[in-house]
Design a protein around this ligand. Structure first.
Ligand SMILES: [Zn+2]
Length: 217
């Protein structure tokens, strides 16, 4: 889909030549949180500033309705992020937690690209995708502001899914609990979204917590 050339059997969305031309994200993305949050994994696949190819991939699944491109991006992330690729070894047995999408956007787009990315990542790794976060509805955010003004005033966007704790227990039966929750999103920009997802996750999970995003400026 990038150069328009024909694809080999194992190339589903873009060719190996175009893949080689996509700039990898090499910096430390966690610096944008100014040390406020502790991340056990902070991982980004692609740098999209000044990279038209990466922009086209992102636009294809954000605005072009090409959900399969998001799945393929997730698969590319998984291949690059294989277990052992972090020094801590914390990626032994993660659970993938997609960052939720606005309900209105979900309606118009028909899918949450973060969920599709997580699914692609899971296709390769077998790591479970757990929808543990939901969007805070506006009225609830206001109600919460009375109780915990600090979090709400910083723009708390997410809250735990009603059965987040149960889901974690069920998913861990037999296989043991996840070694880490890995928040999955398409783009990491200011970090505000990820910060909000971090806060919501910390309401039910006190183990290692990280994120993996497809791209960042
Ligand atoms: Zn190509």
């Amino acid at each position: 889909m990038l150069c328009g050339g024909s694809l080999l059997d194992d190339e589903v969305a873009w060719c190996a030549v175009c893949d080689g031309a996509l700039p990898r994200y090499l910096g430390e993305s966690a610096t944008r949180f100014d040390g406020r949050l502790s991340w056990d994994v902070s991982w980004v696949l692609l740098r999209h500033r000044g990279a038209p190819g990466v922009d086209r991939l992102l636009k294809a699944f954000k605005y072009g309705g090409e959900a399969q491109v998001a799945v393929e991006v997730g698969r590319a992330m998984a291949r690059a992020m294989a277990p052992g690729s972090t020094s801590s070894g914390v990626l032994a047995s993660p659970a993938l937690v997609p960052v939720p999408l606005h309900t209105e956007k979900l309606k118009s787009r028909g899918y949450n690209q973060a969920e599709r990315i997580a699914q692609g990542c899971s296709d390769i790794t077998g790591w479970p995708v757990l929808e543990l976060l939901v969007r805070e509805r506006h009225g609830e955010a206001l109600a919460k502001e009375d109780r915990r003004g600090r979090m709400a005033s910083r723009g708390l966007e997410y809250r735990p899914a009603p059965k987040a704790q149960n889901v974690l227990q069920i998913s861990s039966s037999g296989a043991g609990p996840p070694t880490i929750l890995l928040l999955i999103d398409d783009v990491l920009t200011s970090g505000a979204t990820m910060e909000s997802a971090w806060s919501a996750s910390r309401e039910f999970w006190h183990g290692p917590l990280g994120y993996a995003c497809a791209a960042s400026p």
